[in-house]
Design a binder for this molecule. Structure first.
Ligand code: PXL
Length: 279
């Protein structure tokens, strides 16, 4: 069985970060090792959330795993709990990534042009240094523009604006750069990417469901990681992730009991597995 390490927070209620990454990645038949960066009572969309920073636990976990000589097929990072963690996560990459380890950085820190509560203004520039170590980065439009220090073009950024962001992100050095949450022609909604080796742009969209929720970026990145570890190509794994995320959003939208703080990723796990195994 492949083994993936994911480094992100535990939002105890919120259907994001580790509470979606662990079940989704495990369901795809991949061992999911976790490094929690912080424990929050809820994600930061709620008011009055508790926050316990776990930065001080990350070095000892790394040391123990190094002593045990654990190996990983992929490392996937998401929401980090402090600026100091950026260097620690970079050290995780240096310690555990071999030439065959696929490194995914989702710089989860902003939406709608705004940093999530608690991050200092210079956090995106620091996160950009972590992106330099990744094989693929998966920012949304807000995270891309904040890391680049350019004006936020809005959620309805044009294709040319997104291409411009991708070319600038490519200078960080990842082989593949992807921006999620992009409005595509014909009313579709999805991702646009750039392959720095072929120098080609690519994109894929699903129907747009008028419902935006926290955690969809984490659902997308987790499904991508799981599909990739099941030997899908990068582009196919991204498409599976987009279709699965759309199915989760639709499911939530149509569910009278759906919550407004996260999506019904649970009900759609059979669809994800079917996509990975059969298409
Ligand atoms: O990536 C979503 C996310 C993850 N972790 C925390 C968050 C959010 C989004 O708001 O607040 C703590």
């Amino acid at each position: 069985m492949k083994r993936l390490m994911t480094i992100q927070d535990i939002s105890c209620i919120g259907k994001c970060s580790l509470t979606v990454a662990l079940p989704i990645i495990s369901a795809t038949g991949v061992e999911c090792a976790i490094v929690p960066t912080a424990v929050l009572s809820t994600h930061t969309q709620f008011s009055n959330f508790t926050f316990r920073d776990l930065t001080d636990d990350m070095e000892p976990i790394k040391k123990h795993w190094k002593d045990e000589e654990f190996k990983f097929d992929a490392i996937y990072t998401g929401y980090l709990g402090s600026e100091r963690q950026i260097q620690i996560v970079a050290d995780y990459f240096d310690t555990f990534a071999s030439a065959d380890t696929f490194k995914i950085v989702d710089p989860a820190m902003a939406d709608n042009g705004q940093l999530y509560a608690g991050f200092a203004e210079d956090f995106p520039q620091k996160m950009a240094t972590l992106c330099e170590k990744a094989d693929i980065i998966l920012p949304n439009i807000s995270e891309a523009s904040l890391m680049l220090g350019v004006p936020y073009p809005g959620e309805d950024a044009s294709i040319d604006e997104v291409k411009d962001l991708l070319l600038k992100l490519a200078e960080f050095g990842s082989k593949t750069v992807v921006i999620t949450g992009v409005e595509l022609p014909d009313g579709k909604f999805g991702f646009m990417g750039y392959d720095t080796e072929t120098k080609e742009f690519f994109s894929y969209g699903t129907e747009k469901v008028e419902c935006k929720s926290h955690g969809t970026g984490d659902v997308f990145a987790s499904a991508f990681a799981g599909a990739l570890m099941n030997d899908k190509s990068i582009e196919d794994a991204l498409k599976v992730a987009a279709d699965y995320t759309c199915a989760c959003i639709k499911d939530t939208f149509e569910d009278p009991d759906g919550v407004d703080y996260g999506v019904n990723y649970e009900y759609q796990i059979p669809y994800l597995i079917d996509r990975i195994k059969n298409a």
